[in-house]
Design a protein around this ligand. Structure first.
Ligand code: ADE
Length: 252
């Protein structure tokens, strides 16, 4: 029997979500505003899975449709991110305990990074302990070869994946220089990695009072090789990561 809860599951790139879509039983497709929403069940749990497209506007609009039209109860966003600190390596996983917009700046009208009216800099996210532990177990060195092909484990050096609970920064920018990273490290020192959708999803979920989880896998170091590094990661392993992350979430 299926649970009544509906999970909205989204990613910004087809490479990140196609594997999850292929897990869906009895898939039903619905097109809205250029997105294809696929409903069905995974492990007897109701899901609606969608490729949101890149950036804050695309993510916010997709999140709103998941909540308003599909009536989802929880949202999970999985995808890739650039590391801001040297203690994170390609393949490590960051489960957001908060999200912030790094490109939001309406000074002198308000403090940098603070969302007007809501008056929030960080959207705090609750990370379920049991799900976190499932992720740690799934990506443990003893288990990683069950989810990632041995060849890609070697190519991307994925033997010792860390799963951490840290802050994630979002902006409509691909971060690819030490200068941009320095600005983030100085002004948002708690931020572990950078991407282009998480805080937008978190803001909409905050406004609708819906729980959400943002889970990011490090694909690059947000430096001058980031553009070259992130594509092969997205192409060859991001999908397997998303499948493993969603499977851990929806396991009993
Ligand atoms: N997603 C993956 N890598 C990224 C980067 N360096 N900047 C922004 N978003 C990303």
């Amino acid at each position: 029997m299926s649970e009544n809860i509906i999970y909205g599951i989204m990613s910004a790139m087809p490479e990140e979500i196609d594997g999850v879509i292929s897990l869906i039983h009895n898939p039903q497709h619905k097109s809205i505003a250029g997105r294809t929403y696929t409903s069905g069940t995974i492990n007897h749990k109701n899901v609606v899975v969608v490729f949101s497209r890149w950036g804050k506007v695309a993510a916010a609009s997709t999140t709103t449709t998941l909540i308003d039209y599909f009536k989802v109860d929880k949202i999970v966003f999985t995808g890739i991110a650039g590391a801001i600190h040297d203690d994170l390596n390609v393949g490590d996983i960051v489960v957001a305990d908060s999200c912030v917009f790094h490109d939001l700046d309406i000074r002198p009208l308000n403090e940098r990074f603070v969302v007007p009216i809501i008056n929030k800099k960080f959207f705090e996210l609750n990370v379920s302990e049991s799900w976190y532990l499932k992720l740690v177990n799934t990506f443990h060195a003893n288990n990683i070869n069950q989810i990632i092909d041995e060849n890609w484990i070697t190519v991307f050096n994925l033997r010792t994946v860390q799963v951490v609970r840290r802050s994630i920064a979002t902006g409509d920018q691909f971060v690819n220089s030490e200068k941009m990273k320095d600005d983030l490290r100085i002004n948002l020192p708690v931020v572990a990695c950078v991407e282009m959708e998480g805080a937008a999803v978190a803001q909409i979920c905050f406004e609708y009072n819906i729980p959400c989880s943002i889970v990011r896998t490090i694909s690059d170091s947000a430096n001058n090789t980031a553009a070259m590094d992130f594509m092969p990661f997205a192409k060859y392993v991001a999908s397997s990561y998303s499948v493993a992350i969603v499977t851990a979430l929806l396991s009993d």
